[in-house]
Design a protein around this ligand. Structure first.
Ligand code: G1P
Length: 295
């Protein structure tokens, strides 16, 4: 696959208050889903979509995440001395042409602020953003073609930023950024057949975490984005709004008014690994898949 998108920003600075007490001393991103930490799947997804430079936007208490993606030379030597070369090799799974770097967010001023913190590393490149609370189901889709990979392909063809959306229940609308469709655009029926093909179309805007009565649709932003680099200019001037935070959705609205933005409907399904109930369901699902021999 040819790609113009080689950078991905992954915000990991949050404390994970919805995951306490599990997240008190272990970053929520390192909590297991089956036999691997949740963020392992997110990085695999990015790599499968062609990403080469991964930028984690973190916090002093999140250095264990950085260590997870580094080579532990002492452990590596010890395992090889004991003849456990296969185990040592399995720990060094990151492809040699993929780099993972970490930059600090500094202050907890919101998702938009976290993404902007990656600008010194991303530079002038267009880039992807993956929110690691959302783990896409890797067992029922092809990560090299679906969802993020599809969005990168769409961006390469039409240079329109892409935002992944999925239909959510009325009771969940207040948790997400909700898409406002363009006039005349009817909401696609998704989720009835989870494996419906990805589809991209223009969008009029987004409302961050609306009340149900103010929600313009049931299409929720699920945490995968492909951005034109100009999003950084808008983030740099975005003022705090919902929750007193600098919201990525506000900068996306500004981007829509000057450059095209499309939503991409999701294929397959996803888990919210940042919410205790949903995390436990995800753990059971991943564990069952792996016990059945699927990796
Ligand atoms: C963020 C975004 C929201 C999106 C959600 C997906 O919210 O602001 O638009 O729908 O991620 O998980 P958060 O969950 O960080 O509050």
């Amino acid at each position: 696959m040819t790609t113009s998108i080689s950078h991905a920003v992954i915000p990991v600075a949050g404390f994970g208050t919805r995951m306490l007490p599990l997240s008190k001393s272990v970053p929520k991103e390192l909590l297991p889903l089956g036999n691997k930490p949740a963020i392992h799947y997110v990085i695999e997804e990015a790599i499968a979509a062609g990403i080469k430079h991964i930028i984690l936007v973190g916090h002093a208490q999140k250095s264990a995440i950085e260590n997870y993606f580094d080579v532990n030379a002492e452990l590596d030597t010890q395992l090889r001395q004991k003849g456990k070369d296969d185990l040592a090799d399995s720990l060094n799974w990151l492809p040699s042409d993929v780099s993972v770097s970490m930059i600090r967010q500094g202050k907890p001023l919101g998702l938009g602020h976290a993404v902007l913190a990656a600008r010194p590393i991303v530079g002038d490149h267009n880039f992807a953003v993956l929110l690691p609370d959302v783990v896409l189901n890797p067992f029922i889709t092809d990560l090299s073609q679906d969802n993020l990979a599809f969005m990168i392909d769409a961006f390469n063809h039409n240079q329109q930023s892409q935002i992944l959306v999925d239909q959510v229940a009325d009771s969940d609308v207040h948790k997400y950024g909700i898409a406002k469709l363009c006039e005349g655009q009817s909401a696609p029926t998704i989720n009835q057949n989870k494996l419906l093909k990805n589809k991209s179309f223009g969008v009029a805007g987004f409302v961050e975490k609306p009340n149900l009565k103010d929600a313009p649709s049931r299409l929720a932003v699920v945490g995968r984005y492909v951005f034109d680099n100009r999003i950084f200019d808008y983030l740099a001037t975005t003022q705090p709004s919902v929750g007193g935070e600098i919201q990525l959705t506000d900068a996306i609205d500004a981007l829509i008014s000057t450059s095209g933005v499309q939503v991409t409907t999701m294929t397959g399904d996803s888990f919210d690994a940042g919410d205790m109930t949903s995390y436990m369901q995800a753990f059971i699902y991943f564990a069952k898949q792996q016990l059945a021999g699927n990796q």
